[in-house]
Design a protein around this ligand. Structure first.
Ligand code: ZN
Length: 185
């Protein structure tokens, strides 16, 4: 941030009185511009034992596979965000959302949350941000071509949990790059 969104003056980085960390502060109008993590919400859509993935048509990670997910908008609930992103990226309708994975990524100041969700039909179509939307059997998941570590981790948890038929919510902290892991595929 360079300029104050209230008055247009240049902002400086400093610790406001009574606080314990640096903020962007406007010395012209006194505004303190707080910055907080962004929330990314998505779905793991299931259809008859298969999982819906999208191939990204945009950077970052163009051409790689992801679960439908994206930045939450102002004025919507977490579930609405996950449903909307699934519709926008995969043209797919989902219901019966159940919170499944929650990841803190402090190195990029993001929180990623995924819901398990029931795909309502096998009719779907990629949106403008996707090259393809496709159902994968769990044995066909393209582990080497997944876009993000939170996608890989969510799918790993899902395969493991499905074997045990127990889907508990996972809350994890993911480091900048997840080491190669015991992959289910
Ligand atoms: Zn200002």
């Amino acid at each position: 941030m360079k300029f104050c969104s209230y008055c247009g003056a240049r902002v400086v980085r400093k610790i406001p009185p009574g606080e314990d960390r640096e903020r962007f502060v406007c010395e012209a109008c006194g505004a303190i511009h707080y910055q907080n993590p962004k929330i990314i919400a998505g779905c793991l859509p299931e259809w008859q034992g298969q999982i819906l993935l999208c191939r990204r048509a945009i950077e970052p990670r163009l051409g790689l596979w992801t679960l439908p997910a994206g930045f939450m908008e102002l004025g919507e609930t977490l579930e609405q965000a996950a449903i909307r992103e699934t519709w926008e990226e995969a043209g797919a309708k989902v219901a019966e959302l159940k919170l499944y994975t929650v990841f803190s990524l402090p190195h990029v100041d993001q929180i990623h949350l995924f819901f398990r969700a029931k795909l309502l039909s096998d009719r779907f179509a990629p949106g403008p941000e996707s090259l393809e939307a496709k159902l994968f059997a769990t044995s066909e998941i393209p582990w080497q071509e997944l876009a993000f570590s939170t996608i890989r981790r969510t799918l790993e948890c899902f395969l493991e949990d499905r074997r045990q038929q127990r889907f508990e919510v996972k809350v994890e902290h993911l480091p900048p790059s997840l080491p190669p892991s015991k992959r289910a595929g």
